[in-house]
Write a protein that binds this ligand. Sequence first.
Ligand code: COS
Length: 386
Amino acid sequence: MDKDTLEQTRLTLRRFVRERLVPLEKQVADEDRIPDEIRRAFAEMGLFGISIPEEYGGLGLDLAEEVELIFEMGWTSPAFRSMFGSNVGIGSQGILIDGTPEQKQKWLPRLASGEVIASFALTEPDAGSDAAGLRTRAERQGDHYVINGAKRYITNAPQAGIFTLMARTDPSNKGAGGITAFIVEANAPGLSVGKPDKKMGQRGAHTADVIFDNVKVPAENVIGGREGQGFKTAMKVLDRGRLHIAALCVGAAERLIHESVAYARERKQFGQSIAEFQLVQAMLADSRTEAYAARCMIREAAARYAAGENVSMEASCCKYYASEMVGRVADRAVQIHGGAGYMQEYAVERFYRDVRLFRLYEGTSQIQQIVIARQMLRQAESGVEG
Ligand code: COS
């Protein structure tokens, strides 16, 4: 996309977020549901297809451009972004990065338009951080596979039309090499979705278990057509997803800072607005500094990703730093609000709970630390300067 069009798109989204979505935040949290007209508006703006190439009907943004839009989306409840987020990121990218031309042709246009929601099914009851230990089994029988197992906390599962599913095709290989990625249609007989989970926050976005009971999937639905590649596909998807989530954290931090500054200016104690107090100013300054640092590092890593570099380590640095950063910013925002920050009528109370998830999904902070340190040690071993 050319620079001017991107800037126009960003400003349109910024207006939409502030004028249409922010006033709906409380309703979405209370009803645990995003209104249908918002889904239609997202589709009209092309948001389901942000990352999908134009030849498949998407906006065709590269990751450096995508993060600029996601910074804007972070300003409002994360549940809104979640509605199209899995089509932009973890649900679609497996097909986009490693899929066959036929798979791309069949699914990407429908994902770009928002007609079909794609969900990423990796995590299991006994395989979270240890993703390579997953146990869902896909057994080849003639021209199809039979899938049995269970996935857990799957974002958008209740709305999904397809799942990009990681399952074990080689039971003799208990590690990453035995895993294959599939496209599984949600209406396949034997596939069932559990009740939406009761979460701490992010109401309006839904996660659920997905159960596979002898689900038959045609062999042509193996992503990329090759067995044993599924774990790598999932890791590539997550490299990209981690930068996307990091950008969302920056957007949320900006909103929390905005709420903090507004409250500090208006709230009076000891005869003056609390914004005059240097201990409050210190909290504001720390939040601004950290949000700015996160924004800069994400822009740098996303530009390198868009240029074709491997930024697996930097993506983890960004996700780790930005998700921890927004946790601190949310904590300070509540502190600046004082007792009011603990009350549901203030947005910071809800954001405080919503942003907690960012340190957990798409890899916990501890997993990001492991990815970063392993890469540092690998570089040292091969004599590469950091
Ligand atoms: N891109 C491409 N390939 C990658 C990769 C990446 N980013 N990361 C790992 N791989 C490859 C490795 O190169 C290795 O391939 P070879 O066997 O050919 O050498 C293979 O994948 C296995 O990698 P590794 O040995 O590092 O796997 P581990 O089991 O040690 O797991 C972690 C690595 C812990 C980093 C991984 O399991 C992980 O990211 N866990 C968190 C999962 C997660 O984020 N879950 C959230 C669910 S989505 S909401």
